[in-house]
Design a protein around this ligand. Structure first.
Ligand code: GA4
Length: 336
């Protein structure tokens, strides 16, 4: 019999039953294509996710930061722990948020305002903290640009003026956005017979609270989205083919609210691969904390059609951080 070396760690909290899931092709968008606005709107309404190709961000810019992140994660645990626990920013391992969620993941969560890579995190890049800081800043600059272009195309596609109705919140210097680097270590134990038919949860199912998220990962699979039409038991997970040259953009809760439910804040999760580690970097674009969020008047013809009430991002964010990962946070906006 094979003895599992990490059996106690691979406890029920991480293991999920393998359920039927297939790879789906997600809509691909070239932001410079004349039809881009139509494809994006359709994708946001149907899936809440699309893939950005031909974006012009050099692969080296992505791989440079990925390598810096890997250098960080390869350090001894005791060193990494000095950049934690997350408050919510900083280094975290296995614990996600503060309400008992666990995942087979280690991560660095950073606030994106320039001066907020905390000294405790920065000091860990002992050999070259500046290199890391520059890598992060350069990467965020590039991703933020793509994010704003996509948001402007969404406004065009929805025929909303001005077209910066969403992007202005991200461009605002008080924008409360964050950046996350996740490493999902491979788990060879998953191959042993005793665990056949089981998957390991890297990051449990959830929706992103912000406006929009831009993800880039290495070529290890794991990301799954929940499809709108269930197969009877209500949940169908679809795997997303990784593509280290592209970005994946998904709708967040605030964008679902502002579009009055037309765009879907897609439920997603990450499962662990048995033989390859997954490294992902995600930019979460959020508005300033005091920004009032409600369905846009131009998308609601009569008051009764408005599905959500108004909240500030601060109110929503505070409530979100008190919730469990899989909670339905959007219900806080519900009118009824
Ligand atoms: C999900 C999206 C982002 O990763 C995140 C996460 C945050 C965290 O890891 O601290 C949360 C989660 C996320 C939503 C509910 C709360 C807060 C963990 C958690 C259980 C950084 C975010 O903004 O919200």
């Amino acid at each position: 019999m094979v003895v599992l070396s990490h059996q106690s760690a691979l406890n029920e909290l991480f293991l999920v039953k393998t359920c039927k899931s297939t790879f789906i092709g997600v809509p691909e968008v070239d932001l410079t294509h004349p039809e881009a606005k139509t494809t994006i709107v359709k994708a946001c309404q149907e899936f809440g996710l699309f893939k950005v190709v031909n974006h012009g961000v050099p692969l080296e810019l992505m791989t440079h930061l990925e390598n810096e992140a890997l250098k960080f994660f390869m350090q001894p645990q005791s060193l990494k722990d000095k950049a934690g626990p997350p408050d919510p920013y900083g280094y975290g391992s296995k614990r996600i948020g503060t309400n008992g969620d666990l995942g087979w993941v280690e991560y660095l969560l950073l606030n994106t305002n320039p001066d907020v890579i905390s000294p405790k995190t920065l000091q860990l890049f002992e050999q070259n903290p500046e290199m890391f800081r520059c890598g992060v800043e350069e990467y965020i600059g590039a991703v933020k640009k793509i994010c704003c272009e996509a948001l402007e195309l969404m406004a065009d596609g929805l025929e909303i003026v001005p077209r910066n109705v969403f992007s202005r919140m991200i461009r605002d210097e008080r924008s409360d956005s964050c950046f996350r680097m996740n490493r999902y270590p491979e788990c060879p134990e998953l191959k042993v017979e005793a665990l056949s038919g089981r998957n390991l949860t890297g990051f449990g199912e959830h929706t992103d609270p912000q406006i929009i998220s831009v993800l880039r990962s290495n070529n290890t699979s794991g990301l799954q989205i929940c499809l709108p039409d269930g197969d009877g038991d209500g949940t169908t997970w679809a795997s997303i083919q990784p593509d280290h040259t592209s970005f994946f953009i998904n709708v967040g809760d605030l964008l679902q609210v502002m579009t009055n439910g037309s765009f879907k804040s897609v439920k997603h999760r990450v499962l662990v691969d048995s033989s390859m580690s997954r490294l992902s970097m995600i930019y979460f674009g959020g508005p300033p904390l005091n920004e009032k969020i409600a369905p846009l008047p131009s998308l609601v013809s009569r008051e009764e059609e408005s599905l959500y009430r108004e909240l500030t991002w601060l109110e929503y964010k505070n409530a979100a951080y008190k919730s469990k990962l899989s909670d339905n946070r959007l219900s806080l906006f519900d009118k009824s």
